[in-house]
Design a protein around this ligand. Structure first.
Ligand code: MLT
Length: 428
């Protein structure tokens, strides 16, 4: 017999079915609660609400587990590469050599963006945050590929949109950066792999030769893998809910980019570096700032410590910490801001105050450090996160579409004024 839950409202009992996932997660199915009982559930921030059933990413916040399609993040970060992981997330399986060759060839074929994109870019002042520029350029694809607006697009049409999204993202991201620094844009060099191609578009200048450092390209590839999906986080839920209205893939993902932009979501790694720079400006006394972090009345909060869903440690942070150590060593970076970061990290990992409160350095802490060491400017950190998250957004959008999920439409408990008569303006 299938398992059920009993709900008693005003003495009346209702039986609700339980839904079990492949990793034994249990949910109470309340889809006909309103119809049966006249009540709804209230869950601010949806922290206890499963918005969908998904076969893409498994996360166990207590045990610090993260898996894409059943593969551990540790193994993928060590053995795979970003495009393979993108294929895994989007199509459900790691590609065979032949599938991989086709997928990367198709992506290379579409790296160039329409020349008119430059006109859109020119319309932005150099003060525009690259995330806003990225979201706009991404969404503009609906104008260049109007066929993507068709909600009944064929599987081949959807594949083309997916390939275009992955192919053009690094070009848009690099151009958003060039707009901010006032340099001419670079075109994609298809001789290079995904990450190297992006780095060349960001850093190359017409007046100088530029060679991509393989250490930098490898570190970036690993970072993108670690960020590629994280089940129903804020931006991913946004992509799914926008997509559920049958908006195009480009507008759904552009909405996800905007959600990621917020300092509580993707903007956190940028905040980490801002905090470290402020500590340096103040004289670099880490002891003082650690004490401030412990003092509830100081108003100061350490950025990049602890995580909403990981209660003991963030598995991505473990991998990225090692990558950060390797990159700093290999590049021989000598940066006082990074020294401050290392001291904060040491304190947080040893000091009982932080250990007891599970305030361990998270993925944002280390990604901020690596991006800084790689020479990526602070305003671009969230853009890097968006590049990494793109396969996850695509996979979740595709799953939502293939499962024919209904349009997202949460309810509310109304707390405003009850019916009152209209008052003429002269009498207010
Ligand atoms: C993420 O990777 O999306 C962030 O860690 C935020 C989250 O999962 O809520």
């Amino acid at each position: 017999m299938s398992k059920t839950a009993e709900l008693i409202i005003d003495g009346k009992s209702y039986v609700l079915p339980l839904v079990e996932g492949t990793e034994n997660e249990v949910g109470i199915d309340i889809s006909d609660l309103l119809e049966k009982t006249g009540t709804i559930t209230l869950d601010l921030g949806y922290k206890n609400t499963g918005a969908t059933k998904s076969a893409i990413t498994f996360l166990d916040g207590d045990k610090g587990i993260l898996r894409y399609r059943g593969y551990s993040i540790e193994e993928l970060a060590e053995k795979s590469n970003f495009l393979e992981v993108a294929h895994l997330l989007i199509f459900g399986e790691l590609p065979t050599q032949q599938q991989y060759n086709k997928f990367s060839h198709d992506i290379k074929t579409h790296t160039l963006v329409h020349e008119d994109i430059k006109k859109i870019l020119d319309g932005f002042p150099s003060t525009a945050h690259p995330m806003g520029v990225l979201a706009s350029l991404f969404c503009s694809q609906t104008a260049f590929y109007p066929e993507s607006l068709d909600p009944n697009r064929s599987a081949e049409g959807v594949y083309l949109s997916i390939v275009r999204s992955l192919a053009k993202m690094p070009t848009f991201a690099a151009w958003a950066y060039k707009n901010a620094v006032g340099h001419p844009v670079n075109y994609p060099d298809n001789k290079l792999d995904y990450c190297a191609r992006f780095l060349k578009m960001v850093f190359a200048l017409p007046a100088e030769d530029y060679e991509v450092d393989p250490v930098v390209a490898d570190a970036l590839d690993k970072l993108l893998i670690l960020h590629a999906d994280h089940e129903q986080n804020c931006s991913t839920s946004t992509v799914r809910i926008v997509g559920s209205s049958k908006a195009s893939i480009y507008s759904s993902i552009s909405a996800g980019i905007n959600a990621l932009w917020g300092p509580l979501h993707g903007g956190a790694n940028q905040e980490v570096i801002v905090m470290l720079e402020n500590i340096k400006k103040d004289g670099g006394d880490t002891e003082k700032w650690i004490n401030k972090a412990k003092d509830k009345n100081s108003g100061f909060r350490l950025m990049g410590f602890g995580h909403r869903v990981y209660k003991n440690f963030d598995p991505r942070a473990k991998i990225i910490k090692k990558a950060a150590d390797d990159v700093l060593k290999k590049l021989g970076v000598n940066d006082p801001v990074l020294e401050i970061a290392q001291k904060l990290e040491e304190a947080a990992l040893k000091d009982p105050y932080f250990v007891e409160r599970k305030l361990y350095p998270n993925v944002d802490f280390y990604s901020g450090i690596i991006y800084r060491a790689l020479g990526i400017p602070v305003d671009m950190f969230t853009v890097m996160f968006a590049m990494g998250r793109l396969p996850g957004w695509i996979a979740q959008w595709k799953e939502m579409r293939e499962n024919k999920e209904p349009i997202g439409r949460p309810r509310q408990i109304y707390t405003g004024a009850t019916l009152r008569p209209y008052t003429e303006i002269t009498k207010r």
